[in-house]
Write a protein that binds this ligand. Structure first.
Ligand SMILES: [Zn+2]
Length: 309
């Protein structure tokens, strides 16, 4: 069985102002790392664009249409203080969501063992009716809902190890016992949500906040004692990873000190749960990661682990 890598050139055409950390070079760095010979066994696909119906799985149609209509013909427009649209943004956003949906299709039908969608902009801060934090539509959330509606998955677990809390994913599934949202993140930090006391209407939100300065030991402890047991007990039909790599020690936006092997370890732990619970089905979606070297090396370690390398 094989690992699928999904990319699309539109990810390079979503432009942000000079000095903005969420920039096209992020994807260039990830794609370059995954060109190396040891990744030759990957199956590679180009992402199709998402449809409005797919986006509407998690975002009201009028909100989605408002975002699509905000696209500028030239220059940049601000959607919130740090979330900006350029003329290429909509194409990137649609393919970003589409890549996550496509990864679900390929994994749920058993054509591949697991998949990584390496696209930008990220999605986990996008709430049902709010674009924020570099995010427009919530690709991981839409992928989870698509797995349920299209492929009959009853329970989907989303694990989010981006250094920022995925407020959008938490908000979208707050009342939904069929989707487990489990997150480790630095607190206090943007966006300010993610206390352990935030558990969702049915106890299917699990937050394990870490403190500035925490590293491998604290992260692995949070995973082993809090997040992984809850995911295993949930017996998911699919595991989705919101794979941000900004908890890496080199990252300029936060203050955790993870190293590449931590991401490989976490990936392996999730694969063991997936092997027992859902025939190994994992879909991973790129979120943040703003130091090009930390991001590309961590993504490579993550994908190598998915390949059982
Ligand atoms: Zn982040």
């Amino acid at each position: 069985m094989t690992t699928l890598l999904i990319t699309h050139p539109s990810s390079l055409r979503h432009e942000t102002p000079p000095g903005h950390p969420e920039r096209p070079d992020r994807l260039r760095a990830v794609e370059a790392a995954l060109e190396s010979e040891r990744f030759a066994p990957l199956i590679r696909e180009s992402a199709l664009p998402a449809t409005l119906e797919q986006i509407a799985l998690c975002h009201p149609r009028d909100f989605a249409e408002r975002i699509l209509a905000a696209s500028p013909l030239s220059g940049l427009v601000e959607v919130d203080a740090d979330t900006v649209m350029s003329p290429g943004t909509i194409e990137a956003v649609l393919h970003g969501v589409g890549g996550a949906v496509q990864a679900v299709d390929e994994v749920m039908t058993g054509r591949v063992a697991n998949a990584f969608s390496a696209m930008r902009p990220p999605g986990h801060h996008a709430e049902s009716v709010k674009a924020m934090g570099f995010c427009f539509f919530n690709s991981a959330a839409i992928a989870a809902r698509h797995a349920q509606r299209r492929h009959g998955a009853e329970r989907v677990a989303i694990i989010d190890w981006d250094v920022h809390h995925g407020n959008g994913t938490q908000e979208i599934f707050w009342n939904d016992p069929s989707v487990l949202y489990a997150s480790s993140h630095e607190m206090p930090l943007y966006p300010g949500t993610g206390e352990a006391s935030e558990r969702g209407e049915h106890g299917t939100v699990v937050n394990a906040p870490l403190r500035a300065g925490d590293g491998s030991d604290a992260f692995r402890e949070a995973m082993e004692s809090v997040l992984l047991p809850r995911i295993a007990d949930f017996r998911p039909d699919l595991i989705i990873i919101s794979a941000g790599f900004d908890a890496h020690w080199r990252d300029p936006l936060a203050n955790l000190n993870l190293k590449e092997p931590d991401f490989a370890w976490a990936t392996q732990q999730l694969m063991e749960i997936a092997d027992r619970s859902c025939r190994g089905r994992i879909v991973s979606v790129l979120e943040g990661g703003y130091d090009l070297e930390g991001l590309s090396r961590s993504a490579a370690a993550h994908v190598m682990a998915l390949m059982r390398g």
